[in-house]
Design a protein around this ligand. Structure first.
Ligand SMILES: Cc1cc2nc3c(=O)[nH]c(=O)nc-3n(C[C@H](O)[C@H](O)[C@H](O)COP(=O)(O)OP(=O)(O)OC[C@H]3O[C@@H](n4cnc5c(N)ncnc54)[C@H](O)[C@@H]3O)c2cc1C
Length: 285
């Protein structure tokens, strides 16, 4: 095994930004993704690494004027234990509970899941379905990237090489419901075959849904929104006809691939069934 690369451990954001500007240097948060690469067998090792563990600015979960704000270094365990997350966004708690197993949840971070940009990243559909914003920073200052624009291509992000993910901002809308489902081979340590988050605003039993978002992972090169299914659900009530039409639209618009974890056909059928069931449960029929 090759020698580990040298690690810088800044305690202030300005120091981290200066190190990134002088690059090349690769951030490490929980290390659950990057340590898999440290053997050098999966590609060249980073020349230097930037340990984020002392950057307090990347920590904490808070509620700010109707927005849930999560520091990039928030671990899955912290999400699961957070009273704010449990009260305001149980779907994210549900997603965190499906990642790896306890060991990974104790180390792995939300920022690491976003920066890794795996199409199977379990929190990513929740971020897309809730119109989350990713706040990134560098020596040039901070900027906000909508989650839906953060993953332009397979395992690519909107991050510049000298930028860090600082925090995630999730607006909490009145009357919004968010549901999360993951299908994998096992209950733990399973990479998703299909992962989905659906959100909508409901305005009483007789009114149709609004602001519908259907977001999926593991069915394309990036996490995606399903515009066809969203169009069917927007303005509709959760009736059996709506569920059928939404599931049909979703199956028609998805173009998943066959790979080691699943087949394209399985992913298409299961995605449609998950959406059908979410609508059915919402309609209580
Ligand atoms: C056994 C095992 C099981 C797993 N199971 C799942 C699973 O079920 N679902 C799932 O989604 N993932 C899973 N993963 C993947 C991984 O645990 C998650 O993606 C995790 O969130 C990564 O976070 P981390 O803090 O460990 O990232 P790290 O490994 O520290 O970093 C990952 C990448 O993100 C970059 N990075 C980290 N933080 C920042 C930041 N703040 N700003 C900019 N770049 C940053 C790093 O440079 C690196 O490129 C699993 C991994 C293992 C080893």
């Amino acid at each position: 095994m090759p020698a580990e690369p040298p690690i810088e451990v800044p305690s202030r954001l300005s120091e981290a930004y200066a190190l990134l500007a002088a690059g090349p240097i690769v951030p490490i948060a929980g290390g659950t993704d990057i340590m898999v690469r440290i053997t050098g067998e999966l590609g060249p090792l980073p020349e230097r690494m930037l340990d984020l563990s002392r950057l307090d600015a990347l920590e904490g979960v808070a509620l700010e004027l109707g927005t849930l704000v999560l520091g990039a270094r928030t671990t899955y365990t912290e999400i699961r234990r957070s009273a704010l997350c449990r009260e305001h966004l149980p779907a994210l708690v549900g997603a965190a509970a499906t990642v790896g197993a306890v060991q990974i949840q104790n180390r792995g971070t939300l920022g690491g899941n976003i920066a890794t940009a795996s199409p199977a990243g379990d929190t990513l559909p929740v971020l897309l379905a809730t119109d989350a914003e990713i706040v990134v920073g560098s020596h040039r200052g901070e900027r906000i990237v909508p989650a839906v624009a953060f993953f332009p291509a397979y395992r690519r992000t909107a991050l510049a090489p000298d930028e860090l993910i600082l925090r995630v901002r999730i607006p909490l809308l009145t009357g919004r419901e968010v549901r999360f489902r993951k299908v994998g081979t096992r209950r733990a340590q399973a990479i998703s075959k299909v992962v989905m988050a659906v959100s909508w605003r409901s305005h009483g039993k007789t009114a149709g849904w609004s602001d519908v978002r259907v977001a999926l992972g593991s069915v394309a090169a990036t996490p995606i929104r399903a515009a066809g299914a969203e169009a069917v659900l927007e303005g509709a009530r959760p009736t059996p006809e709506t569920a059928d039409a939404a599931a049909e639209a979703l199956a028609a618009e998805l173009r998943p691939i066959d790979d080691v974890r699943s087949t394209a056909e399985y992913r298409r059928v299961v995605s449609a069934r998950i959406l059908h069931r979410i609508v059915r449960d919402a309609g209580s029929w």
